[in-house]
Design a protein around this ligand. Sequence first.
Ligand SMILES: O=C(Cc1ccccc1)Nn1cnc2ccccc21
Length: 329
Amino acid sequence: RQTGTVETDAEKHDVEYLTPISIGTPPQDLIVDFDTGSSDLWVFSTEMAAKDIKGQAVYDPNNSSTSEKLQGSTWQITYGDGSSSSGDVYLDTVTIGNLTVPNQAVEAAKKVSDEFTDDPNNDGLLGLGFSSINTVQPTPQNTFFDNVKKNLDTPLFTTDLKHGAPGSYNFGYIDPAAYIGNISWTPVDNSQGFWGFTSPGYAVGTETLRNHSISGIADTGTTLLLLPKSIVKAYYSEVQGAQYDSSQGGYVFPCSPTPPDFVFGVNNGIVTVPGDMVLYAPIDSANQNCFGGIQSDTGIGFSIFGDVALKTSFVVFDAGGLQLGWAAK
Ligand SMILES: O=C(Cc1ccccc1)Nn1cnc2ccccc21
């Protein structure tokens, strides 16, 4: 039985968290976005057109003595923000920290959309969602976590994302030094392939929790906290000068004073998103107005507890108990 840990670095404004992995023999090092909101492990590869690669590291299956083409298999994924990629599939050895999976499905990109080409630091994605939504055809493949979990002390991983500082993903154990107080546990609905859960309510600032069921997913691949329009309006009604700016595609408000905290329930506990985390990023060079870290989930069909929510907490993604644990830190 094993456990593992790997450090993840926050990009500017914590827009994404990038984590090192190794693929093949000899090991090829890439840095990818660990994404609990999807379930494909795909990487930039030597099968792509040179014009679509701008600074990323690429996986070369021909340079790995352990790669084996999964004949006839292809993949194609489109994310909620419209970005997309596609290609073919190899089985190869993948190592994260001290954990190795010998025959992991590695999805080699042949095409990626501009959002990925224009993100030089990101060499691909490692899905940590449920394997039921893996896009490989004709036979969907297992995620790294699904393949490694039989070797783990316990089938869970934890996230400890931070604001503008390296965080960590741990596999197979809960580090008691990584959080304070108690872990609030809530059941996971994985029927859509996501780490879905329902929060019982929310509060703005120091008010008492309002009963309002919020069904959403814990998604490290989404930057912001995307909530029902009514809650977003209630929150920004308490932020001086806040307004919906269609040119920015969301609520913006003066970067000072610090806006109120946003609190959401997890079972009988609460998670507090400090006001200064709702100040997602300045939209002008004078840093006068800021884009909000809380925006509407309209059109998605569920809420998304992205990095703005996750980086406030130590979160346990427990596939054994099919539950999520949230703790302060
Ligand atoms: O796509 C989204 C956010 C989103 C926006 C609008 C509707 C639904 C969801 N997150 N995401 C989760 N994993 C991702 C991977 C790449 C890009 C975005 C990714």
